[in-house]
Design a binder for this molecule. Structure first.
Ligand SMILES: [Zn+2]
Length: 257
């Protein structure tokens, strides 16, 4: 019987080769599918972000150069450039204007249209949405789309920026949500602007105690010591929060006095 083993293996060899061949073919196929999928999502960004939408708060304090950035949409490949800035000229307020950068997949109708226009725009890799178009994008049926979970914080945050005056409660909720729930890389740029705007809106609606708590949370979350992480507040942003803090102190002294 022992003489049979080599023969058995030899006779099985064509089948083994066949199985190996099928395995290789299957692997190749998987790779192709994967490559296709990545390309379909975005060849530049594996996190599945297809566009970056920029917006500023509608508070009348934004300089002209930064207001120009409101409604700008860029391809991820553009934003990834080292010296990328979303505006054409320098900020007239020495960088004190808030510009929010929101990464989106954008699977709902209005967002798909913007992605298509952006890709068709060619070399600049950017386009400008009018205030009306930006509002239509954010009012689209995003909640029913496959990208609802990915885009939720971005949509709510951008909508909050233009609705701070009309609907401060919704803005407050959206900013709180961004602060609490932004964990993924594409959502992290929302957090510091959310802190700044939340403190501002709470002050505007005379909820000073809550604003003080927001400033405190900001200071705890971003201590000056320790390593810096991406999307930590800049010196200017820290300064802005410090100004709010001293304004709040004046408010509380005024109240006690
Ligand atoms: Zn500015």
């Amino acid at each position: 019987m022992s003489g049979d083993s080599p023969f058995v293996i030899f006779s099985l060899l064509p089948y083994l080769c066949g199985i190996l061949g099928l395995l290789l073919l299957w692997q190749y196929h998987q790779k192709q599918v994967l490559a296709g999928r990545i390309q379909a999502i975005d060849i530049f960004d594996r996190s599945g972000i297809r566009m970056y939408v920029f917006a500023t708060p509608d508070d009348g304090l934004i300089c002209n150069a930064c207001w120009e950035a409101n409604g700008m949409v860029y391809l991820p490949s553009q934003v990834a450039n080292k010296d990328f800035v979303p505006r054409s000229g320098p900020c007239a307020n020495s960088g004190r204007c808030t510009i929010v950068m929101a990464g989106m997949y954008g699977a709902w109708l209005e967002a798909r249209n913007v992605v298509n226009r952006l890709r068709a725009a060619g070399t600049p890799g950017s386009l400008k949405l009018s205030v009306q178009e930006l509002s239509e994008l954010l009012k689209g049926n995003w909640e029913q789309s496959v990208s609802a979970a990915t885009d939720r914080l971005a949509v709510l945050m951008l909508a909050a920026l233009s609705g701070e005056k009309k609907n401060p409660d919704a803005a407050i909720n959206a900013y709180q949500l961004a602060i609490r729930e932004a964990k993924e890389v594409h959502a992290l740029p929302l957090v510091v602007p959310a802190f700044l705007r939340l403190a501002e809106v709470l002050m505007n609606v005379e909820r000073a105690d809550e604003a003080v708590a927001v400033v405190q949370e900001f200071e705890e979350r971003y201590p000056r010591e320790g390593r810096t992480r991406p999307y930590d507040p800049t010196e200017t942003q820290r300064g802005l929060m410090a100004i709010k803090k001293s304004r709040l102190k004046t408010v509380s002294i005024g109240r006690k006095g």
